[in-house]
Design a binder for this molecule. Structure first.
Ligand SMILES: Nc1ncnc2c1ncn2[C@@H]1O[C@H](COP(=O)(O)OP(=O)(O)OP(=O)(O)O)[C@@H](O)[C@H]1O
Ligand SMILES: [Mg+2]
Length: 503
């Protein structure tokens, strides 16, 4: 049987790095659909391979066969006319257009003219969004949507193409459980109707829930394809990392506490914090040497609480006391001066400076480096921070001069974390710290956060990954519909307990 897609010895280099070192394997068959997962560490080459398939750029060497015929995909248009649709890892929507306009961007004419076109666009958009279980209004402007909803729009756009091959590069990284499940159902339906889906994810539960076969990339090379029945998640994870990772993954809670234990001084007290339309009457304390997890379903108000604490919210009421002093944190600058740092959820907009180098990015919140305005004198100090970040978080860069926007998605996320760690905060706020990060790096990030905690740092982590909240937090706040529904400690911190309060 002819494979639908075949890569033969594909190579691709970027300045300083060979992203694909001669990759050969096949995906799908011409006569029926398949869900094919593509997995690998941050920087393994997954997005690069998919960019070649999507016509973003040509390979430097090797061949690409579709239905057994050698094919050159000159540009994204060519890819689309060959029936290839791509959901990109980094969202590519036009913020000032509506949801429906974004879904049909560049294809409006296919839908007829004038008023008819608008009606059809809206109706079609509504249909696809409904299928994805999303309540998003086709008429809202994309810039008013949160990251999760933007991701849904991006997926809807790809599905509307009626593609024969659909690439999804980490489609669920910002989705809630419910939205992910709706997506999986759509994926299965599409496969039944003959579509081949290439699914990229770092979450093994997802991969094993949707994929028929799994292909592994490591460091730009291909490391085999496995049927879902042939391999278990631990084996795939070892293949991804090229070593056994079992013990690092944890998942249980023993031995979380470092020396010293939690301080009994509250470093931060929040009383009756309210923001109209977001959350109401939120009160809690954060202690010295503590990791406080905040769990809640999408829309419960978690991110909004963090934003308010970090000076990003225009209007709020209530009291915030930090280190014994009442504070307002009216702007991020004021928050930083008060010892706060925040790694935001949406790294693309708020976390990194895409056109600056990695060296500059990891130092962009570092007061020592900033005093020198990136001047020559400070270069040494900046290099130290860079070296530490690269080693500690295993950030994959070709050099300190690489532009942040050219890093793989997961490595951009690591740069955001590194930047805020370099700011030496006393209170660190992190929103979805491990979104898009591979399992090895995840363990590494939490090891560093715990290390800092044991040295006196207080951390608030917002995460949608229940397992992460359970294994990494000293205490857990649960939010529901804009209010706190529970504060759990010790043995009460477990999946069931948390879910009960979140629903
Ligand atoms: N446009 C580019 N310019 C320079 N280097 C690039 C570019 N795109 C990718 N790279 C490099 O190529 C390598 C592979 O990156 P790629 O984005 O394919 O990784 P990935 O497997 O998708 O990782 P992730 O899970 O983090 O998204 C990385 O080292 C990355 O820094
Ligand atoms: Mg990628």
């Amino acid at each position: 049987m002819t494979p639908l897609i075949e890569f033969r010895d594909l190579k691709k280099s970027f300045p300083g790095v060979q992203a694909l070192k001669g990759v050969s394997f096949a995906i799908g068959t011409s006569d029926r659909g398949e869900v094919h997962a593509l997995v690998g560490e941050n920087g393994a080459g997954k997005s690069t391979l998919m960019n070649i398939l999507g016509g973003e750029y040509p390979p430097d060497g090797g061949r690409l066969l579709l239905d057994g015929r050698e094919t050159r995909i000159a540009d994204p248009h060519a890819a689309r006319s060959l029936g290839i649709g791509v959901v990109y890892q980094e969202l590519r929507l036009c913020p000032n257009l509506t949801v429906a306009e974004n879904i049909f961007l560049g294809r409006e004419r296919e839908l007829g003219g004038g008023k008819v076109r608008w009606g059809m666009m809206r109706a079609a958009a509504k249909g696809i969004l409904g299928r994805l279980g999303s309540p998003v209004d086709p008429d809202s402007l994309v810039r008013t949507l949160n990251v999760a909803n933007q991701q849904v729009v991006e997926i809807a756009r790809a599905i509307s193409l009626d593609a024969r091959i659909l690439v999804m590069d980490e489609p669920t990284s910002a989705l809630s459980l419910k939205e992910s499940e709706a997506l999986f159902k759509t994926i299965r339906d599409l496969r039944e109707s003959g579509v081949t889906i290439i699914y990229i994810s770092h979450r093994m539960e997802e991969v094993f829930a949707v994929a028929d076969r799994i292909s592994v990339l490591r460091d730009g090379s291909y490391h085999g394809t496995y049927g879902r029945e042939q391999a278990n998640p631990d084996q795939i994870v070892s293949l991804i990392a090229g070593r056994e990772l079992g013990a690092e993954l944890g998942g249980s809670r023993p031995g979380r506490r470092g020396p010293g234990g939690r301080g009994d001084k509250a470093v931060l007290s929040v009383r009756n914090l309210s923001r109209p339309g977001c959350f109401d009457g939120v009160s809690f304390d954060l202690y010295e040497r503590e990791i406080l997890g905040i769990y809640g379903l999408q829309g419960a108000g978690r991110t909004e609480v963090l934003e308010t604490l970090f000076g990003l919210a225009p209007k709020w009421s209530g009291e915030i006391t930090a280190f014994g002093k009442p504070i307002r944190n009216a702007s991020p600058a004021e928050a930083i001066a008060n010892g706060f740092a925040m790694a935001p959820e949406n790294r693309r907009d708020a976390g990194i400076f895409p056109r600056m180098t990695v060296l500059e990015n990891v130092n962009s919140a570092n007061p020592a480096a900033m005093s020198g305005r990136f001047g020559l004198l400070r270069r040494g100090a900046m290099r130290d921070v860079y070296a530490e970040a690269r080693r500690g978080l295993s950030i994959k860069t070709s050099s300190e001069r690489q532009l942040a926007r050219n890093l793989s998605g997961g490595n951009q996320q690591k740069v955001v974390i590194a930047k805020w760690l370099a700011a030496n905060p006393r209170i660190l706020l992190v929103d979805e710290p491990t979104r898009g990060i591979d399992v090895g790096a995840k363990a590494e990030i939490f090891r560093i956060i715990k290390d800092l905690r044991d040295k006196g740092l207080s951390v608030i982590i917002v995460s949608s990954e229940l397992a992460e909240i359970v294994s990494e937090s000293d205490r857990v706040l649960v939010m529901r519909h804009g209010g706190l529904s529970a504060c759990l400690e010790g043995g009460d911190i477990c999946r069931e307990g948390i879910m009960r309060h979140a629903l």
